[in-house]
Design a protein around this ligand. Structure first.
Ligand SMILES: Cc1cc2nc3c(=O)[nH]c(=O)nc-3n(C[C@H](O)[C@H](O)[C@H](O)COP(=O)(O)OP(=O)(O)OC[C@H]3O[C@@H](n4cnc5c(N)ncnc54)[C@H](O)[C@@H]3O)c2cc1C
Ligand code: SF4
Length: 475
């Protein structure tokens, strides 16, 4: 630990972001890096606690006090080497991780947590700039063939970890390009797609083959896949969106959030020539239903497209500004968060139930809502407050209320895999009900986070390697 009094000398400083009015004019990332000295001061705030709870908070178990210490000493290469022992893709988590590590940082007990995520991004970007990030080419080839289905963060991590161990790896992706939600869900202003392409290029150089535009279960059957590969890792995500089957759902102008976000990302990538008018919010009044990250991404995208106004509706109560006593450190804080997209302009509404979509000649003109009084959020019990019915005039609605489960038609049915109680692929220890088929990421744990997907992909690769070792005759 470089400076035992670092946390007394330096307060946490905010990330340098371009001003909301400026960044709303473009779709590029808007974080302005600090100079190196600022990162080194911020890293010195890490107290190297006896029990670093941040290790538990981070699903990857990143060695946070160790890399903070190295950064504080100005040894960025050592910091990167430490970070890479647990995290394949710090360039993604350093940009878009909600940082559960910071929620459990011991300094957060009576001060502000260490800026872990932002330091992680700078370590990663320094590594790319200095050329330390290189293809990880194995020294021996096992001849064992692994197919990874889906190229989101879980698939990418499973592929890299399997290739490291000398296996031959092919990643199948039904979309035009690899990345999963990193590429087609998360907007460019949060994660520039050149960051995804840069990582995929390194993986290709390490010998991983990417076959895009191929839907497994449709273009290649489970049977054919099994005859070609020794092990299969399903990383197909949780892609069935939750719907709101109320009156007016069929009106023109009511969209699933992912259809909208994917379309905008494809336009920026040049996969689609121009915005479809239905997906262009210029001059429109927008209502986003769902108060989570996906909803916030719709807010940021609508504002960038030039929406007249954007409202966001959340069913739950407005969270408190500070932790409730029932939600102590180091639990994830259930407090009000304001994302960068919210800073750019939105009318946020809580405890509001959407009753029906209203339209004229088949086109949406408004949303009828009513206030609700929560009786018990844990048991999902609430009552409507009579007399509070209201119509919000709008031209477009985005349903951002989460994802129910993975798709089962196709590969899952063809392999006849068992599902768990929530209809996710059942895979205890990442092993499905078929011995040569494994599963990781959102298709196994339900909709989650990029950091969890990477952690699951890594562990699935370990399970595959154990399966391989059990098959190899002992000498
Ligand atoms: C709009 C949005 C914003 C988000 N923002 C954040 C954020 O800021 N931070 C964060 O941590 N998390 C965020 N998340 C969650 C995060 O993106 C996911 O938890 C994560 O991407 C899951 O990774 P995965 O690899 O399991 O699945 P995915 O990323 O969903 O990838 C699955 C891939 O499998 C492919 N596939 C599916 N079936 C087949 C098949 N049969 N054949 C071939 N390919 C197939 C799909 O096309 C897809 O590319 C966000 C999610 C959404 C929807
Ligand atoms: S990956 Fe996320 S949780 Fe882990 S150290 Fe980085 S920011 Fe924190």
């Amino acid at each position: 630990m470089g400076d035992i009094k670092g946390f007394l000398k330096h307060d946490r400083i905010a990330k340098g972001n371009e001003a909301p009015e400026q960044r709303k004019k473009h779709f590029e990332e808007f974080s302005i890096p600090w100079n190196k000295a600022k990162y080194e001061d911020q890293a010195s705030r890490c107290m190297d606690c006896g029990i670093p709870f941040c290790h538990e908070g981070c699903p990857l178990g990143n060695k946070i006090p160790d890399f903070n210490d190295a950064v504080h000493r100005g040894n960025w290469q050592e910091a990167w080497e430490l970070l890479k022992t647990t995290n394949n893709f710090p360039e993604f988590t350093g940009r878009i991780c909600p940082a559960p590590c910071e929620a459990s940082c011991v300094l957060g007990l009576n001060n502000e947590a260490v800026n872990i995520e932002h330091i992680e991004k700078e370590i990663s970007e320094t590594a790319f700039k200095e050329g330390w990030e290189k293809p990880i080419v194995p020294t021996t080839e096992t001849g064992f063939k692994v197919a990874v289905i889906g190229s989101g963060p879980a698939g990418l991590a499973a592929a890299e970890e399997s290739r490291k161990r000398g296996h031959s790896v092919t990643v199948f992706e039904r979309d035009n390009a690899p990345g999963g939600l990193l590429r087609y869900g998360i907007p460019d202003f949060k994660l520039d797609k050149s960051t995804v392409a840069r990582r995929v290029s390194l993986m290709e150089a390490a010998g991983i083959e990417f076959k895009t535009g191929v839907e497994i279960g449709e273009d290649i059957t489970a049977e054919v896949l099994e005859t070609t590969f020794d092990a299969i890792i399903l990383c197909t995500g949780s892609t069935v969106p939750r719907n709101l089957t109320i009156e007016g759902r069929d009106l023109k102008g009511v969209h699933f959030a992912m259809d909208y976000l994917k379309h905008q990302n494809q336009v920026i990538a040049g996969e689609i020539d121009s915005l479809n008018s239905e997906m262009d919010m210029a001059g429109k009044r927008v209502v986003v239903i769902g108060g989570g990250d996906t909803g916030a991404d719709c807010v940021g995208t609508s504002n960038r497209q030039g929406a007249v106004n954007v409202s966001q509706i959340e069913l739950l109560e407005k969270p408190p500004l500070a932790r409730a006593t029932s939600n102590p450190w180091p639990e994830w804080p259930m407090v009000l968060t304001t994302s960068t997209s919210h800073e750019e302009g939105v009318d946020r509404n809580w405890a509001l139930l959407t009753k029906r979509f209203i339209g004229l000649d088949g086109r949406l003109t408004g949303v009828e809502t009513v206030k609700i009084q929560w009786i018990d959020q844990a048991r999902f019990e609430y009552q409507e407050v009579s007399g509070t019915e209201e119509v919000k005039p709008c031209d477009a609605v985005f349903l951002a209320i989460g994802f129910a489960k993975p798709e089962t038609k196709g590969i899952v049915e063809q392999f006849d895999l068992a599902l768990d109680q929530k209809s996710n692929i059942k895979a205890s220890g990442y092993k499905t009900s078929k011995p040569n088929v494994f599963a990781a990421g959102d298709c196994r744990r339900g909709q989650s986070l990029v950091v969890w997907a990477i952690a699951e992909g890594r562990k699935a690769a370990v399970a595959v390697n154990q399966y391989y070792q059990a098959l190899v005759p002992k000498t």
